[in-house]
Ligand binder design. Structure first.
Ligand code: NAD
Length: 504
């Protein structure tokens, strides 16, 4: 049970090269409990000097340490040890995340209990990574390919799902044989540090294979992105930050994967099961207080059922229980960070000024309403035009824009009329329409008659400004591997040394 009674700040150290250390400067920063708005722990403020130490440790572990001589089967076993330790500590890890991030305990326990699956899955995949013998077009040659790890990987993660998003990267990277340095968000570093203490430090992983640098994006983040010994950046965060990371990384030709923002359409056709779609619309925008990249923040409703649907939607959303995220009965928690709270409120003002009609919420939630310092009421806007800013820009909060559409073509046109392409929902009972619309939507994931479902088995990532590359599934491991082609000449040398050796 989460304990908020101690007022003394817990002091964390970070984990670099298998040791618990303070930042080289000795500096720290406070991390806050979003529910109370009070600081509860101190986190080392890592800067360039710490990043240099961490990357050097990861580079040593990659080139010379015991990790690089492990067989792929032994690497797989290491991942399975990690999985078992997460299972053992799932409840505690969930509570820390609730404290630091304000996510609901019910969602967090589900997340930390599911996270081991990533390590079991990629643990199983570790010794199935293999090259091929290639029947090259000359008889005297024997040719094959090797699938090799890219090297030191830097992970930069956001505050909204700190552990899960680090795990999505860590499991395939370790299975591929990489070593890593992780920079969590400055707002939510504690759960990753607890993960290092309870899971990694006990999982018999050699020093330097997994390192953590806690600190600010512009300092520790940029030092990582520009470090010459980092081979790959796996970034999850906002689209503007992703663009900056991509630009910096491209200067030294680092491989980059980006999981960025979204403004996902959740499309309700008049042949849907209305109660299921209402529930799917609510889960799309009010789960996780709307602070999820895949939020179904544009609800497209067919005009023939618009009024009936909206009435049911507003009635259900009005019932949402706001409150302490550590209580099992709470349904909507606080906004995680003060700047995010301000941003959500400013978008509510923008929507009102643009002429959208607010039919629920529309401002901060008071203590009497179950809220507190950083709570925003579940908010629904009707009469939204898809070209309004409230429909085009990511709010990342519990604010839903409802947009009417006429028919299937109109729905697809509106859904795709956006810079982003992360997710989309389709609610219909027609099989033909489900497959047809799923194909026409420009997004990395389309859910039909469900929303916000994820699995270690299903690739996840964005079209358009929502990102580059894929996490999860078989595809994710390719992002941590590179292919080497080996040519063995078993015949005579010679030939004309001044021309390329082509077949015949
Ligand atoms: P953010 O972009 O502000 O920060 C993300 C991370 O980048 C943090 O660790 C931050 O410290 C770091 N950072 C900031 N500036 C940096 C710089 N110049 N160089 C290197 N690192 C830097 O994002 P956020 O506010 O933490 O998270 C919310 C955003 O994340 C939303 O846009 C959301 O859609 C997105 N997100 C996307 C996915 C996905 O899978 N597509 C998942 C979760 C969140």
């Amino acid at each position: 049970m989460l304990d908020r009674t101690t007022t003394e700040l817990k002091k964390y150290r970070t984990y670099i090269d298998g040791k618990w250390v303070d930042a080289a400067s000795g500096k720290t920063f406070q991390t806050f409990d979003p529910y109370t708005g009070e600081p509860w722990a101190l986190i080392p403020k890592c800067e360039k000097a710490d990043v240099d130490i961490a990357v050097e440790a990861a580079a040593r572990a990659f080139d010379t340490g015991p990790w690089c001589s492990l067989t792929q089967t032994a690497r797989g076993k290491a991942l399975r040890r990690i999985a078992a330790l997460i299972e053992k500590h799932a409840e505690h890890l969930a509570e820390i995340e609730v404290r630091d991030n304000g996510k609901l305990i019910s969602e967090m326990v589900a997340q930390t209990r599911y996270l081991p699956e990533w390590f079991y899955y990629y643990g199983g995949l570790a010794d199935k990574i293999q090259g091929a013998v290639v029947p090259v077009d000359r008889p005297e040659h024997f040719n094959y390919t090797l699938r090799e790890p890219v090297g030191v990987c830097a992970f930069i993660t956001p505050w909204n799902s700190p552990l899960m998003l680090a795990g999505w990267k860590l499991a395939p990277a370790l299975a591929a044989g990489c070593t890593v340095v992780i920079k969590p968000s400055e707002y939510t570093s504690a759960s990753l540090l607890e993960f290092m203490r309870l899971v990694i430090a006990d999982a018999d992983i050699p020093p330097g294979v997994i390192n953590v640098v806690t600190g600010y994006g512009a300092v520790a983040g940029e030092a990582l992105v520009t470090h010459p010994k980092v081979a790959k950046i796996a970034f999850t965060g906002g689209t503007a930050t992703g663009a900056r990371v991509n630009e910096l990384a491209s200067r030294s030709f680092k491989k980059v994967s980006l999981e960025l923002g979204g403004k996902s359409p959740n499309i309700v056709f008049d042949d849907c099961i209305i109660d299921d779609a209402v529930s799917g619309a609510i889960s799309g925008i009010f789960a996780a207080t709307g602070q999820t990249c895949i939020a179904g923040s544009r609800l497209l409703v067919q005009e023939t059922i618009h009024d009936v649907f909206v009435e049911k939607l507003v009635a259900m959303a009005r019932q949402a229980r706001l409150g302490d995220p550590s209580k099992a009965e709470t349904q909507v928690g606080p906004v995680t960070t003060p700047p995010q709270y301000e941003k959500i409120l400013s978008y509510i003002d923008i929507a009102k000024a643009e002429g959208a009609r607010c039919v629920l919420g529309g401002g901060p939630a008071t203590k009497e309403e179950g809220g507190g310092r950083y709570f925003v009421k579940p908010t629904i806007f009707l009469d939204v035009d898809n070209r309004m800013r409230i429909a085009q820009e990511e709010v990342f909060g519990p604010v839903l824009s409802v947009i009417r559409f006429k028919d299937e073509d109109d729905a697809v046109r509106i859904a795709n009329d956006i810079a982003y392409g992360l997710g989309a929902g389709v609610w219909t009972q027609s099989v033909k329409r489900a497959h047809g619309v799923a194909k026409r939507i420009k997004a990395g994931t389309v859910w039909v008659n469900t929303y916000r479902a994820v699995s270690f088995l299903m690739p996840f990532g964005g079209y358009k400004a929502s990102g580059l590359g894929r996490e999860n599934g078989m595809e994710a491991i390719d992002g941590y591997l590179q292919t080497k082609s080996v040519w063995i000449n078993n015949g005579p040398g010679g030939g004309n040394p001044f021309i390329m050796k082509t077949a015949s």
